[in-house]
Design a protein around this ligand. Structure first.
Ligand SMILES: [Ca+2]
Ligand SMILES: [Ca+2]
Length: 307
């Protein structure tokens, strides 16, 4: 399975693992620029589904046919994490700058923008024409989804949708078809304290969220209730690596290489802090009693000592 969500022409593709032959390809024209890795959900009844967070959307695809079975709209642009699947529960999250505000920002209609800035009357706005608004001019590469160098109406509408959308962590119970945006399958949701890149971790019935600034939140996955929240002492950093867990410990690795080890639990406690003194972006991997940590220069393996 290959998810290719990009500025234009996004798609989800399934290939035969033996031959590489394309089995199906589902176009995703409404999705732009997201970074999430899909997950597989195997329902008690029915075919396996690919669970795909995209820009402003969570969707389920039939793994066998590529048919889009259901979707929920309204979340932020550019999701980056992998959804957590637990039985028939899906925990997925969307975060971006500005998405935490209570009230969404309003965007004027494109006609108003043209009246203001389109000095050559070609119906689109160049970087030069946007010079009177330095913020928009600077934001042009981000908003110019076709990459043609101009802000046109569809670019502007996508920009408006992005500003109107909110960050969210959704706890979705699998089941149902079609548009589920009304939230009938959403057990609970959270708008604040969400990570940017790292995925949530579900371990021993506790959901862990690491937000930039070293803010760690433990949540009851059944209700969404916050169990404990605090900053990780000595690791108030940016986080790209997702948290991982094993043998009753949770491992959190920050961008500058600080690894905090927690005693797992709703009321988590920090048990140690280590410093790799190097940039770290990759999620550590656990295999048996070993944990592998990749820093910018080095791959480490740590193994629990035999008692
Ligand atoms: Ca123009
Ligand atoms: Ca454009």
């Amino acid at each position: 399975m290959l998810l290719c969500d990009q500025d234009t022409g996004s798609y989800l593709l399934a290939a035969d693992k033996e031959t590489g032959r394309v089995k199906w390809k589902a176009e995703r024209p409404h999705v732009t620029r997201s970074y999430s890795t899909p997950a597989v959900l195997r329902p008690a009844r029915g075919a396996a589904e690919v669970i795909v967070p995209g820009s402003h959307e969570l969707a389920g695809y039939d793994a066998g046919s590529g048919e889009k079975l259901w979707w929920i709209h309204g979340m932020s642009w550019q999701p980056k994490s992998t959804p957590v699947i637990d039985g028939d529960m899906i925990y997925a999250h969307w975060w971006e700058t500005g998405g935490e505000a209570e009230a969404p920002a309003k965007t004027p209609p494109f006609a108003e923008m043209l009246a203001k800035y389109d000095s050559n009357h070609d119906g689109k706005l160049s970087a030069e024409e946007l010079a009177p608004d330095p913020r928009l001019q600077k934001g042009l590469p981000d908003n110019d989804l076709g990459g043609d160098g101009y802000l046109d109406e569809s670019d502007w509408n996508a920009h408006g949708a992005r500003r109107a959308s909110r960050n969210a962590l959704l706890a979705v119970r699998h089941g149902g078809r079609g548009d589920l945006t009304d939230g009938r399958n959403v057990l609970w949701s959270m708008q604040k304290f969400l990570p940017n890149a790292p995925s949530p971790l579900l371990y021993r019935d506790v959901l862990y969220l690491i937000k930039d600034g070293g803010i760690l939140t433990s949540v009851d996955p059944a209700t969404g209730r916050i169990l404990k929240q605090g900053r990780l002492p000595g690791a108030l950093d940016v986080y790209y690596a997702s948290p991982v867990a094993g043998a009753g410990n949770v491992y959190l690795l920050s961008q500058s290489g600080k690894m905090t080890v927690l005693k797992a639990g709703g009321q988590w406690e920090v048990s140690s802090l280590n410093d790799f003194e190097e940039d770290c972006f990759a999620t550590p991997a656990i295999a048996g009693s070993s944990i592998y940590v990749r820093t910018r220069q080095t791959l480490y393996c740590f193994r629990a000592q035999e008692e």
